[in-house]
Design a protein around this ligand. Sequence first.
Ligand code: NAD
Ligand code: UDP
Ligand code: UDP
Length: 314
Amino acid sequence: MRFDATKRVLVTGGAGFLGSHLCERLVEDGHDVLCVDNFYTGSKRNVAHLLDHPRFELMRHDVTFPLYVEVDEIYNLACPASPIHYQHDPVQTTKTSVHGAINMLGLAKRVGAKILQASTSEVYGDPEEHPQTENYWGRVNPIGIRSCYDEGKRCAETLFFDYHRQNGLRIKVARIFNTYGPRMHPNDGRVVSNFIMQALRGDALTIQGDGSQTRSFCYVDDLIEGLVRMMSTPDECTGPINVGSGFEFTMLELAQKVIALTGSSSELAFGPLPQDDPAQRRPDLTLARANLDWEAKTPLDEGLNRTIEYFKGL
Ligand code: NAD
Ligand code: UDP
Ligand code: UDP
């Protein structure tokens, strides 16, 4: 029995882009945070400002191996998220999603912890239903170059729901849509970081395809608020719940906006569209509004400006 209101929270992938913001938020909220990361795509630099905090602890560990610690809540974020990184070692990507989920679920089962999975809009694949509701089962290629990530995340969702049904685990599955902000990896090939870096250098912005494909980008602080709210929902609220922004735009519009906000003279360079690149993506946010009383608030211009400032400082 513990008499302390402080929660012991494990964040896997805590030294990554989203994980580092989540660790920061949880420490600020007064929790005891254990950040576990193998630094595959994340870095100590992302959490350097937390290292001296008495309620923060950093552990180098790969979640595909068992982990024995005592915690009250687990946010399972470990997994490379950008196509370049997750396609670099696709077998390891699937192992991280699947073996990582098994180990973290086994840990949650042993200690009775609540566990949240950072799932993804990629479970919908290249969707025919638009916007995507949580009931949509998706259109995913099982053998393509994105499959290690998409199918790994889908299998992780299966494991979460089977541990819930079979072992009564308290689970939360959040389907995260594209998120951007400070501490994105500058070279991970994602569109926001690419465009900003290219605009700041005066290089051409690389548009894949004709730029008519859409995404709905959420600013990181809004997303983290959504995850924290989801963790505190009643036990019957398991998800899956879409979290992200409902504001949809084309990649061409994004390129023009980044050029305008940076004041850059960069031009546009059109290249081929990668295999299985989804043509459109926007979350249906009805469940998030109803269950989390949440929606993304930061306007795109404001979020982009903060992100541009971060990249200028690198
Ligand atoms: P990221 O690559 O910055 O962070 C992932 C972190 O996981 C990194 O710190 C990495 O080193 C760590 N990691 C990878 N494999 C590991 C392993 N085997 N053991 C321990 N740590 C490991 O990516 P992110 O954007 O911060 O994404 C975090 C999570 O959110 C991921 O699970 C991702 O799939 C999910 N997600 C992100 C987005 C987005 O737009 N950023 C969208 C949907 C889902
Ligand atoms: N596990 C872990 N930490 C724990 C408890 C379990 O990493 O505190 C791992 C363990 O190595 C196992 C996995 O979680 O492979 C699944 O555990 P579970 O109890 O569900 O299955 P079992 O041990 O029966 O295979
Ligand atoms: N994209 C682009 N130029 C780039 C990087 C990406 O036009 O330099 C496109 C990419 O083809 C995709 C969209 O931007 O249609 C979002 O790509 P990202 O890798 O950021 O996210 P995801 O494809 O996983 O949604």
